[in-house]
Design a protein around this ligand. Structure first.
Ligand code: AVJ
Length: 329
């Protein structure tokens, strides 16, 4: 196993410990330059989530068209005890990419685990959300881990008792391409450890019209969310995107079974990337996100291929969304 780097451990409250795994600062300029000058220009979906972007995402989840968040929340509320019964003793809930730690509250209330371990790359976001959480749940020990969860899936797991439940809601798994997905699911298997389990949300395939509407809401919030990635780059790198001359494009690619989001240049765009200037021709599309849609059978198969044993699957009456429970052994 990889040798853990020195962990800065801080006691921030009676039930709140902060482990700083020093996620390496990525060179944003270098990464963005490489992806915008690639044969197919693209941007990683993480660039959506600056402060404004996180707020826009929250707003999207309240629109009529965007069904995943509320459907998953209803499934969790309805089946939490059934899921818990399948789990045996869930001593620890671990959540990669926990963000504001909102969704887990229902599980903390109903399952009363001993420990909650959010992993989150944004130090500020993690500190803020776990400070509040530790007050609201004084009986839960919170081990907040500041880490890039893609790199840290093997980390402070070692000294914790078995029976970790990894919680990965929201169909975030849909952002990964098939090959990345299988590697990532194996990482989650490792994080859950012996005697552990995975509770994961997966958005389901359905009529294209419904999917297209969910990513083209009438209020234009998804468009604003997509375009906000450019504001984020302008603010962070001063690359001078003319955002008013960029257009949100989102559609269901039925062959690949994914929503694709792009940003299309309505005219030539002169960009400043450090010392370099690049031009994106009018009509160029920057690919900003894939959101894969699954079948229950297909996703169950992927879980098995990653070494999990499926323990249960719950869907809503319209088969919009699925929650999967799988154990590591
Ligand atoms: C957070 C990745 C699950 O794919 O539906 C929402 C992001 N993008 N609207 C999704 C998103 C546009 C969302 N995930």
């Amino acid at each position: 196993m990889k040798q853990a780097m020195p962990v800065n451990e801080q006691q921030l409250g009676p039930n709140l410990t902060f482990y700083d795994l020093h996620p390496p600062a990525t060179d944003m300029l270098e990464e963005v330059t490489r992806s915008l000058t690639a044969p197919r220009p693209h941007l990683h979906p993480k660039y959506f989530y600056d402060e404004a972007g996180s707020r826009l995402f929250d707003a999207i989840t309240t629109t009529e068209e965007y069904y995943p968040t509320r459907t998953e929340a209803a499934l969790l509320a309805r089946y939490s005890s059934e899921i818990q019964a399948q789990l045996g003793h869930a001593n620890t809930i671990a959540e990669p990419g926990a963000g504001s730690c909102q969704k887990v509250r229902l599980l903390l209330e109903r399952w009363s685990p001993e420990r909650y371990m959010p992993l989150e790359i944004s130090r500020d976001c993690l500190l803020q959300s776990t400070r509040q959480l530790s007050r609201d749940f004084p009986e839960v020990q919170i081990d907040a881990v500041c880490a890039d969860y893609c790199q840290a899936l093997s980390l402070p797991a070692d000294n914790l008792p078995g029976g970790r439940v990894v919680f990965f809601p929201g169909s975030t798994i849909g952002n990964f391409d098939p090959a990345e997905r299988s590697a990532f699911l194996r990482g989650l298997h490792h994080l859950a450890g012996p005697g552990g389990a995975l509770l994961i949300g997966a958005d389901l395939q359905k009529e294209a019209s419904r999917l297209n509407a969910a990513y083209n809401d009438a209020q234009g919030l998804t468009a604003a969310f997509n375009l906000n990635a450019l504001h984020h780059l302008n603010n962070a790198l001063d690359c001078q995107f003319d955002v008013n001359n960029m257009r949100h494009v989102a559609f269901y690619n039925e062959t690949a079974q994914r929503i694709e989001m792009h940003l299309e240049c309505l005219c030539d765009q002169q960009l400043h990337l450090g010392h370099h200037q690049i031009t994106l021709k009018g009509g160029t599309r920057i690919h900003t996100e894939n959101s894969y849609k699954f079948t229950v059978e297909g996703f169950t198969r992927e879980l098995m291929d990653a070494g999990f044993r499926p323990r249960g699957c719950w869907t809503d009456s319209d088969d919009l969304f699925s929650l999967h429970l799988a154990s590591t052994d």
